[in-house]
Design a protein. Structure first.
Length: 278
């Protein structure tokens, strides 16, 4: 990689604050199990979580702005427009929640938001004990600077997450899926769960799809799932891990059934395909 390209990519590391109240795509992400970490006084893991998802760590050399920026010599072509949109992405962490936002001004705004959410969840998967996110994406007015965040977009995303997401997944409303299909995005991993028809970002597939069952990553997930399914936990908690177990089987074991999931991928140009959730 040449020095010129490196310099261009490095420019994307600098955060661009959203210093006005504007229409944004907003994701509200809840860190599952955070209360247990507080109760067990697991200070080191809590600190590592926040280092992984907030502040300079996210926008560092290995942060999403460098990870996703695309090589181009022309700021007006597709890659250049994507990169300019990526500059405006913002991650705001507070207590047990993360708020991701991207202004709606660009045709690549929703794609960037999905990429950043995927990046954050995959990054948290990599912990020795994987950290799971449950969230939702909405569209609405939003303001964020270094010390405060508010707006209808954040409230709608929070309520959608609280009432409908249920499982460790990041869901999108049907109108946002319609936007993705209309623009014709390629390569965006969004899956529809046929059990409740909600669309969600296929984070686990991105993390485990190339792995085999005896790989360390898969064994780590399998151990976590078994612990919660077989342990003395409430039915509400165990339900989340039964869902995760179905996802694991769909992605790693390639189990297929008639009850499937529809998804958009770079191979089908947002045409629907049937996958397993059994």
């Amino acid at each position: 990689m040449g020095s010129t390209e490196n310099n261009k990519k490095q420019q994307l590391v600098e955060r661009t604050p959203q210093n006005k109240y504007q229409e944004c795509y907003v994701a509200f992400l809840d860190i599952l199990g955070f209360k247990d970490l507080i109760n067990t006084q697991n200070f080191e893991k809590i600190l590592e979580i926040f280092k992984a998802v907030s502040g300079d760590s996210v926008t560092s050399e290995y942060g999403f702005k460098l990870a996703f920026c695309k090589a181009t010599d022309d700021e007006t072509d597709e890659n250049g427009q994507y990169n300019n949109t990526l500059l405006k992405a913002n991650v705001y962490a507070m207590s047990d929640s993360i708020v991701v936002s991207v202004p709606c001004a660009s045709p690549y705004s929703l794609e960037v938001l999905i990429d950043v959410c995927l990046f954050l969840q995959v990054r948290l998967y990599e912990f020795d004990g994987p950290v799971l996110l449950r969230g939702a994406v909405a569209k609405g007015m939003y303001f964020c600077d270094k010390s405060v965040a508010f707006g209808k977009g954040m409230v709608d995303a929070y309520l959608y997450q609280e009432n409908y997401s249920i499982y460790p997944r990041i869901i999108l409303s049907q109108n946002l899926i319609d936007e993705l299909s209309f623009v014709g995005y390629k390569g965006i991993k969004v899956v529809q769960d046929q059990r409740d028809s909600y669309w969600y970002i296929d984070c686990m597939s991105d993390y485990l799809s190339e792995s085999k069952e005896d790989d360390a990553k898969c064994q780590k997930f399998r151990q976590m799932i078994n612990e919660y399914i077989n342990g003395y936990y409430s039915a509400q908690i165990r339900e989340k891990y039964f869902w995760l177990d179905r996802e694991y089987k769909r992605i790693v074991l390639k189990q297929v059934s008639l009850e499937g999931a529809t998804f958009c991928s770079e191979n089908d140009d947002c045409q629907h395909m049937l996958l397993s959730l059994a």
